[in-house]
Design a protein around this ligand. Structure first.
Ligand SMILES: Cc1cc2nc3c(=O)[nH]c(=O)nc-3n(C[C@H](O)[C@H](O)[C@H](O)COP(=O)(O)OP(=O)(O)OC[C@H]3O[C@@H](n4cnc5c(N)ncnc54)[C@H](O)[C@@H]3O)c2cc1C
Length: 389
């Protein structure tokens, strides 16, 4: 057994963690970065999420074959992964450990790498273990084959002719659009009355129209009875009807990845969703132990993880100007066609929060520019606080 002491240990090679490692290493701090999977150097975004999905969408829209789309995905992710690894590997103050890390006390993490056990300790520890897909609780899902999460679905060796998707949020619909573009017949199973449940009704309606025009079948307000296999194919039973597919994706949310990282050996507190509870500077209930990115239960975006980096870096370098309290109005985009971008409350959310609102909606087709572009799709909705300041 090897033991080693660092100024800072970072558990997980995510967006915030790798940026902290690079910046803290650059100012001479000794840093240990622990990543369990060499195919995940650089984290979720570049290897299994934002980057590969958009790469596949662009490759598919160029008319490339399924194999070429997969190949392009591999080319781009391995390029970025290698670049990310090199960024830390060449830093003389940073050691990268490839192995599974778990807390063995408040200030100690044990890394298991094959037969090697390495015990690392530091006064400052950053937890950046991301999130994992939530498997829906449907009878039969634990034993049936052909049901994949968002990572597994990107590695199917052959293109499914038919794909069922459970869930109609951003991830489910992005994959629906991607596979439809490649010629797969897609059916979306949505337990809610409308897709994109957090969006404005006008957006839900338009997105439904556009996805349907792409040949995607959307089944809203369904009850999922059970799943199983027939002739080795996945079957969904919904509202007493059987639907058979070549593959099924479940895109039913992601939860903070805290289950197997030894928190029971620490005084770190998690909430009922398994997220590490943090204060305004992303510090957990153990002083000096921080949680950044998806694992602290904030909005699940790469740029939020990067923003957590800013807060922790400021804190560790003695400058507490920017905290979670200062982060407001988080914008986001869902990569449908056309893309959906939003910042702020929906009309309903604003009213529920007690605001008096003024709203306006405008179809893109009413703008001359849309006609110039020969693309009339889309709409704008604006919700403003009607009370004078
Ligand atoms: C399909 C999909 C598409 C997405 N698209 C977008 C998008 O377009 N834009 C956007 O902003 N966000 C997108 N997201 C969300 C975004 O990917 C995440 O919010 C972001 O990557 C989270 O980063 P993180 O810093 O929390 O950690 P991650 O990048 O998730 O890194 C966690 C790392 O920790 C490692 N790890 C975990 N446990 C251990 C352990 N015990 N020991 C060692 N290593 C460990 C993991 O292997 C991983 O590399 C998407 C997500 C998905 C699933």
């Amino acid at each position: 057994m090897i033991t080693k002491q660092y100024d800072i240990i970072i558990l997980g090679f995510g967006k915030a963690g790798k940026t902290l490692a690079a910046k803290l290493g650059a100012i001479g701090k000794s840093v240990a970065m622990i990543e369990e999977n060499p195919l995940m150097y650089g984290g979720t975004c570049i290897n299994i999420a934002c980057i590969p999905t958009k790469t596949m969408i662009i490759a598919a829209s160029k008319g490339l074959s399924y194999e070429q789309v997969l190949n392009q995905r591999e080319v781009v992710t391995s390029r970025l992964r290698n670049k990310n690894f090199a960024m830390l590997d060449t830093n003389p103050h940073v050691d990268v450990y490839t192995g599974y890390g778990a807390f063995t006390s408040n200030k100690e993490i044990t890394v298991t790498a094959g037969d090697d056990i390495i015990v690392l300790s530091a006064e400052t520890i950053i937890i950046n273990t991301g999130a994992v897909s939530i498997k829906p609780t449907i009878s039969g899902i634990d034993t049936a084959s052909g049901f994949y999460n968002s990572t597994e679905i990107q590695h199917l060796p052959t293109q499914p002719a038919t794909l069922g998707i459970i869930g109609a949020g951003p991830i489910g619909l992005e994959f629906a659009s991607l596979f439809a573009k490649m010629g797969t017949k897609v059916t979306v199973f949505n337990i809610e009355p409308a897709i994109l449940k957090r969006e404005e009704p006008i957006i839900q309606e338009l997105a439904t129209t556009y996805l349907t025009e792409q040949g995607i079948t959307i089944l809203n307000s369904v009850t999922l009875d059970s799943v199983s296999n027939k002739n080795n194919k996945p079957v969904i039973v919904a509202d007493n009807q059987n639907y058979t597919f070549d593959a099924v994706l479940y895109a039913t949310g992601r939860k903070p990845n805290t289950e197997h990282i030894g928190l029971e050996h620490t005084d770190i507190i998690t909430n009922d969703r398994g997220a590490i509870v943090v204060n305004d500077v992303c510090e957990s209930s153990v002083p000096g132990v921080y949680a950044v990115g998806d694992v602290n239960g904030g909005p699940q975006f790469t740029y939020i993880s990067l923003d957590d980096f800013r807060i922790v870096f400021d804190t560790l370098t003695g400058n507490r100007h920017y905290t979670l309290k200062d982060r407001k109005n988080i914008p986001y985009t869902t990569f449908l066609n056309p893309p959906l971008s939003r910042v702020g409350f929906t009309e309903k959310e604003a009213i529920n929060k007690g605001y008096t609102v003024k709203t306006n909606e405008m179809l893109v087709s009413t703008m001359p520019r849309a006609h110039v572009n020969d693309n009339l799709k889309g709409a704008f909705k604006i919700v403003v606080d009607a009370e004078p300041i």
